[in-house]
Structure formats: C-alpha cells, structure tokens
Design a protein around this ligand. Structure first.
Ligand code: GSH
Length: 261
C-alpha cells in the first residue's frame, strides 16, 4: 500500500492525490506532526530531509518533491498515461507545472501569510494584497495563452498539465482571485473541478480550511514557524514586504529550509 504524507491544504500534495486518483491507485494518507512548526520528525522526516509534504512511501521506496513523485507514479504505473505523448507537449506541460509550483504558488502563500497569519495590517496589507491580485491576473493571462484552443492544458484529455494547475488556481479562487467570468480559464475551471479526482481533493482541502483555528495566535505564541523558502521569500521582498521578513526574523516565527544531516 502506498502511503502519502500530506496536508490537505498543500497544493503540492493535492497534485499527487489527483494523480493517484486518476491512476486508480489505492493509498493511505498520513499528516505529519510538527509540520508548519519546524518540528517534523520520524518516518516522514527520514523520507524527506526537507520535512515538506508531499512525501510518498511505496514499500522500500521513499520519494519527496511533488514533481519527482509524479514522475515516479508515471514511471511505475504508466497506464493511464498522465503526460502527453509528443515531446513538445510534454515540455509544455512541464513548463506550466514549473511556473505554478514556483511563481504562482508564492502569491497564494503570501495571501495566507496576510489573511490567516496576520503578518501585515493596514496600508501594508492592502498594498501587498493589491500586488498579489495584479500578479494573479498576469498569471491567468499567461495560462490562457498556454491553454489556447485546447479543452485541457494537457491536450485533448485531462492530464499532468491540468492536475498541476487545478490545486493552485483552486487556492487562488479561495482567496478571492477568480478568473474572469466566462473566460477560457473560467470554463476550464468548470471542467476541471467537476472531475472526480479534483473534486474530491479540493473538497478535502475546503473541509480542512473551514476547520482552521486561530493560526495568527499560534504564530504569535511561537507555535507556528512558517517556512520562508525560495520563491516565497522572493515574493515577500519583491512585493514590498521586506519588513514582514525582518519582523518575522526578529520574533523568530519564520524559518528557512532545514540543513541536512
Ligand atoms: N517543491 C516541493 C514543495 C513542497 C512544500 O513546500 N510543501 C510545504 C507545504 S505547501 C511544506 O510541507 N512545508 C513545510 C512546513 O511548512 O513545515 C514540492 O513540490 O513538493
């Protein structure tokens, strides 16, 4: 039996859950303790020295990083194929995945830092949110170019290109960044979110979202120490939130990726 270490709100874990469901594979979910606080350990931390979800255990094999996990799943269970066939299409969907995983995700994450974790208030919060809204619309325009006249990012059928977009656009919609009504992207959302693999995965995240407690209070008490890694840190600095980073460092309630060993 496959075990997936995950968190329902993690878009990276959602990518993997959608892929497993599309392949019809049985798996069990495990939510690691200490995630978000910098205190994860045990089999999870052994499987992923970065202590990030997702991590997948398949017998003796442990794989971390959502992209590499997707590749492992596709290599191990090639049918039904999730990657398109033609090299140019494979490259195209991988580029979409890269943009969603890095630049796009950072914007959603920043909205969480402001709305849930209350890292900024007043004018600073307003200007950071305005930047996030503008940037998201820029990504939507780019995504529509990638979609072109296709029904799916993957091509004629739902696949890798779509499961790599759905979690991130789903989260963006959750923070109020909707694609324009009737736009090709909005129509793609209607199709994608109706797909059972996506619908179940998004429903799990919404159920958890609704149960979120006072996370800002947990940050204030030092019980949450958020990971300001790579594109997320870049987003905060380039979008005008350098003071958020400095305050977090001073209060010791942000951290970076762990050292190995
Ligand atoms: N590049 C990684 C990113 C994974 C990642 O950043 N996961 C976040 C959750 S969205 C995490 O587990 N962070 C650890 C923490 O906050 O403690 C992937 O694609 O799997």
């Amino acid at each position: 039996m496959i075990t997936l270490f995950e968190h329902p709100l993690s878009p990276y874990a959602q990518k993997v859950k959608i892929a497993l469901r599309e392949k019809g594979l049985a798996f069990e979910l495990a939510m690691p303790g200490g995630l978000g606080a910098g205190g994860a350990g045990g089999q999870f931390a052994e499987a992923n020295p970065r202590a990030e979800v997702p991590a997948l255990i398949d017998g003796e094999t442990a794989v971390f990083d959502s992209t590499i996990i997707l590749e492992y799943i596709e290599d191990s269970w090639p049918s039904p194929a999730l990657l398109p066939h033609a090299p140019a299409d494979r490259a195209r969907v991988r580029m979409i995945e890269e943009v969603m995983d890095t630049h796009f995700e950072a914007v959603n994450w920043a909205m969480g830092e402001i709305n849930w974790f209350r890292r900024a208030e007043g004018d600073l919060a307003q200007s950071l949110k305005a930047r996030a809204a503008e940037q998201t619309q820029g990504f939507y325009a780019w995504l529509e170019k990638q979609l072109g006249h296709r029904d799916w990012f993957n091509g004629a059928e739902f696949g890798w290109g779509d499961l790599c977009v759905a979690p991130f656009v789903g989260t963006a919609i959750g923070v109020g960044h909707r694609p324009a009504e009737g736009s090709p992207l909005a129509q793609w959302c209607d199709r994608a979110f109706a797909r059972p693999s996506v619908a179940q995965t998004i429903a799990e995240s919404r159920a958890f979202d609704g149960a979120l407690t006072d996370v800002a209070g947990l940050v204030a008490q030092g019980l949450f120490k958020r990971e300001y890694r790579d594109h997320r840190l870049e987003w905060m600095i380039k979008s005008g939130g350098v003071d958020v980073v400095l305050k977090g460092l001073e209060a010791d309630n942000i951290r970076f990726s762990p050292d190995f060993g």
